[in-house]
Design a protein around this ligand. Structure first.
Ligand code: ATP
Length: 406
């Protein structure tokens, strides 16, 4: 249908980029990118009107997003040339041909196009030797200034290399080393650096990409101290195992996997350096504060817990509950990975699988009904009932009420 609309408007239409790459590699990719030689916005609006999609256009960039009723999206671009005013800045846009459009892309493997117009439907267009590089498993930039134009490509190169099990071409790797030496990545804005790091940490298997960042000397752009005290491979691997374990529990708790890896990555950093890394990555201020505070608080709580464990041998469920209450899933998983103490690991696991969801059956209304005068005592009584329930001392609502009365 994309081709038909193109035919009617007399516009050449192509599927391009990652979609074509993955199609040829036989991997699933539902993000279809379409490039129109000419007015992509007119094309998108015509298509949307005919096929009942919503369309969001960005006149300035000559781009549009088609949103289908099932939520599926197609990005539409007009062939264009982008100028980078300065390294690390966002591009400014001007229209041009398909070849020039593909030339501004990051790597050869992302420059393939497939024509969608009926007369030449399925025609594979390969200006830059992409097919050969796909076949040979090579990530290669299109020109020597690629990383200077856009330093985020350094991270993208590593992400694609590790995801696709390709290798970065020797010359391209030398250009990366040069970009590192010349400090081009210093100029990269915090948000863009964060976006790249998050994308890497969100990959299915992010660790090999992290080691590649390390060996190419890229971690120092997150924080210089990550070079002097590099992340522990054991801890990162443990984090990966803990994440797999947690995901198998199917607890339906929303959490961000990349945050667990990020905390493990920054484990060697002092509080001050951790704060520096968060600031460099321009993390949302509120999120930064929360992360810093939880990291600190978790450290303190774990130390107390270890002490209690060594004194008592084991902890009551209510103690475990109150030790962990209020800490985020991400921080707990990170601490679980970090802890060498199997009993501590067992406590965190028990908290996730059982304790965290325990609630009292009674509430303030029940206390009022049995004649307790409203006030701060309510909190104390309900906490005591919850502790009893966590420890398996009370089960039914009647037993809770009896305990509350006493
Ligand atoms: P993924 O599977 O990770 O989404 P993708 O190839 O679809 O991979 P996107 O980040 O969605 O990647 O980008 C879409 C296309 O835009 C890419 O195929 C690439 O050609 C181009 N592109 C994205 N970022 C850049 C960049 N920084 N420089 C040049 N081209 C880029």
């Amino acid at each position: 249908n994309l081709g038909k609309v193109g035919d009617r408007l007399d516009l050449p239409v192509y599927a391009v980029g990652g979609f074509v790459r993955d199609l040829l590699l036989g991997s699933e990719n539902r993000d279809v990118d379409v490039t129109v030689e000419g007015d992509g916005i007119l094309f998108a609006e015509t298509f949307a009107a005919e096929f009942g999609c919503r369309v969001k256009s960005h006149e300035k960039f000559g781009t549009a997003v088609l949103v289908f009723p099932d939520g599926h999206k197609i990005d539409v671009a007009s062939t264009r040339l982008e100028y980078y005013v300065s390294p690390g800045a966002l591009p400014t846009v001007e229209r041009s041909s398909l070849r020039m459009d593909l030339y501004r892309r990051d790597f050869t493997v992302n420059t393939l196009a497939i024509q969608l117009n009926a007369a030449s439907f399925g025609l594979l267009i390969d200006f830059f030797g992409a097919y050969r590089d796909l076949h040979d498993g090579v990530i290669r930039v299109l020109h020597n200034l690629s990383f200077v134009e856009d330093p985020t490509r350094v991270f993208r190169a590593i992400r694609f290399e590790q995801r696709l099990h390709f290798r970065i071409a020797r010359h391209t790797e030398n250009l990366i080393k040069n970009a590192v030496k010349m400090d081009f990545l210093e100029k990269l804005g915090g948000r863009r650096l964060l976006a790249e790091l998050v994308q890497i940490l969100k990959e299915k298997e992010p660790l090999s990409a992290v080691w590649r960042l390390e060996s190419l000397g890229l971690l120092r752009f997150i924080h210089p101290a990550l070079e002097a005290s590099p992340p522990s491979h054991d801890l990162m691997e443990e984090a990966r195992d803990v994440i797999s374990w947690f995901e198998l529990l199917f607890l339906e708790r929303r959490y961000e996997r990349w945050v667990v890896y990020f905390l493990a990555l920054c484990d060697s950093l002092s509080s001050e350096a951790f704060e520096g890394a968060c600031a460099r990555l321009a993390l949302n201020v509120h999120f930064q504060e929360k992360l810093k505070e939880m990291r600190r608080s978790a450290e303190e709580r774990m130390a107390n817990m270890e002490k209690r464990l060594s004194q008592q041998g084991r902890l009551e469920n209510n103690e475990i509950y109150y030790f962990f209450k209020g800490l985020s899933v991400e921080v707990l998983l990170y601490r679980m990975a970090k802890s060498g103490n199997p009993e501590l690991k067992r406590c965190i696991s028990l908290y996730f699988t059982k304790l965290d969801s325990v609630r009292t059956s009674i509430d303030g209304t029940d206390l009022q009904r049995i004649g307790v005068p409203p006030g701060p005592r309510y909190r104390e009584i309900l906490d005591a009932v919850l502790s009893a329930k966590l420890n398996g001392v009370v089960f039914s609502k009647e037993e809770e009420i009896a305990l509350a009365k006493s």
